[in-house]
Design a protein. Structure first.
Length: 218
């Protein structure tokens, strides 16, 4: 399919080479709170399903439904008080791989790049800023830690389900904005600043809450 796209085949090949390792590692890095990755599997699936319906791509909306259902049925087992089940590395790799696989095929089929990229906006923003911060401070980025922004929200007293729902909701909003923009240049010019504002607001939220708590304790 990639080779069939003519002069743009090399662009799609580059997207595939970049999207697969990035999405797999980003989803793995972000899999640190109950429900978070499971909910994002649902968000990713619904986003692809809606995009497939809008674009008239039957395979895409069916793949999105399959992805959403696969992770949706897992959620109840992830929140049980006893005998909890976790995605683990294999589950997060599956999520990232499925997102990349569907995303690359969607791009090859003519889907707007923004609608494919926006579901992972919050995941990518959190992972990128956390890695840069750890590397810049001389920490080993490969070791486990609790410095992601969703970790910080949990450390500030948010229950894990609230953190997971909040991050997933922001990802859903980003997805909806990307689908709405499509390939319309005027909409894209509006949407990109909107996505930046959402991502920055999410990244700054822990610091804002810490200042509020510190101010209230004085």
């Amino acid at each position: 399919m990639l080779l069939a796209s003519g002069n743009s085949s090399w662009i799609l090949a580059v997207c595939a080479v970049l999207l697969v390792p990035v999405s797999v590692n980003v989803t793995n890095f972000m899999d640190g709170v109950d429900l978070l990755s499971g909910l994002h599997g649902v968000v990713f699936g619904v986003a692809f399903s809606v995009s497939g319906l809008v674009l008239g791509l039957d395979w895409m909306w069916l793949a999105g439904v399959a992805l959403a259902v696969a992770f949706g049925v897992f959620l109840p087992f992830n929140v049980r008080a006893r005998r909890r089940m976790f995605l683990g590395d294999s589950g997060s790799y599956l999520l990232g791989g499925a997102y990349a696989f569907i995303g690359v095929l969607a791009l090859a089929a003519g889907a707007p790049a923004l609608s494919v990229a926006t579901p992972i906006t919050i995941y990518l923003a959190d992972t990128a800023t956390t890695l840069v911060r750890r590397i810049s401070t001389g920490k080993d980025w490969r070791t486990s830690h609790r410095e992601h922004h969703y970790h910080q929200l949990e450390d500030l007293g948010w229950p894990h389900y609230a953190v997971s729902v909040f991050v997933a909701a922001l990802s859903a909003v980003c997805s909806a904005i990307g689908i709405w923009a499509g390939s319309d240049l005027a909409r894209i010019a509006i949407v990109i600043p909107m996505l930046a504002v959402i991502a920055v607001a999410y990244l700054r939220l822990p610091s804002f809450l810490r200042r509020r708590i510190a101010g209230a304790s004085k």
